[in-house]
Design a protein around this ligand. Structure first.
Ligand code: PGA
Length: 265
């Protein structure tokens, strides 16, 4: 049993490019120590500048990610791995291929499986077989969701079938045609995400500010699954000044709360 004391470091930086550089530094540090590190990588808009920054470093020869393994957070139910809207296809396109990570180093939940409960268990077992995740990067939804764990998801849940909220489906509608966004996903649970040795939450833009404040300063409860960062022994929250504008208070203990702009405390 871990007796580690939670350590949440909050960094408020100027803009999305600064978030990208900071998170790329954190990832590069982990891979520098362990070239075969297991990285948990999310889809979504927020991490894209980070992936571009990492791709630049790889192209420059400053970073080699060829040995890392990538674990996805989630996958839509009903989409096969090569469907362009599937997260396994999205992460290859937006992240792993530009980063020089082989396709067979990418592991995601099998959203197309006939037996989803079994697929959830298989995914957990595959993560365990990799030795767990060294660094898990996550975004945050406007409602405080993390991966597809919507408010109300028990924080001790492992990988499970989630029903998407209307808000989340509306946010993701831009990627789907008339058929609409799938209604369910297979997602790492809050407890799966929190089992990573380092957890890094990123957010940019004004619309994320209330969710970021709830995750960092609010009660730790299933109302805000992203609040798992508060209980984690090695968690980082890296936000731009817009997403961090509602974060109050000065740094406490060894938890840095450094502001590079407005509202940093
Ligand atoms: P976004 O999604 O990065 O596209 O805003 C984040 C999330 O919903 O987890």
């Amino acid at each position: 049993m871990s007796t580690a004391v939670p350590a949440l470091r909050v960094e408020i930086v100027a803009d999305p490019d600064a978030v990208a550089r900071r998170v790329a530094d954190l990832i590069a540090a982990v891979v520098g120590q362990r070239p075969t590190a297991v990285l948990g990588l999310p889809t979504g808009s927020t991490p894209l500048p980070t992936y571009r920054e990492l791709a630049r470093r790889v192209a420059d020869g400053a970073l080699d990610l060829g040995g890392v393994r990538v674990v996805l957070c989630d996958e839509y139910v009903g989409l096969g791995p090569d469907d362009p809207r599937a997260y396994r296809a999205t992460i290859r396109r937006d992240a792993t291929r530009p980063l020089g990570i082989p396709d067979d180093h990418v592991l995601g939940p099998a959203g197309e499986a006939a037996d989803l409960e079994r697929a959830a268990g298989d995914f957990e077992a595959a993560i365990a077989a990799l030795g767990g995740v060294d660094l898990q990067l996550v975004g945050i939804g406007r409602n405080g969701h993390v991966a597809f764990n919507e408010p109300g998801t028990p924080l001790d849940r492992r990988t499970h079938v989630a029903t998407l909220s209307d808000a989340t489906r509306a946010d993701n509608a831009r990627f789907f045609d008339a058929g609409g966004v799938p209604t369910r996903a297979l997602t790492q649970g809050p407890a799966t995400l929190a089992a990573a040795r380092r957890l890094v939450l990123v957010a940019t833009g004004d619309t994320k500010a209330p969710a970021v404040a709830a995750a960092v300063d609010g009660p730790v409860s299933s109302d805000c699954p992203a609040a798992i960062v508060q209980r984690h022994p090695d968690a980082w929250v890296v936000v731009d000044r817009h997403a961090g504008r509602l974060l109050g208070g000065a740094a406490g203990g060894d938890g840095r709360r450094t502001g590079a702009g407005t509202g940093g405390g």
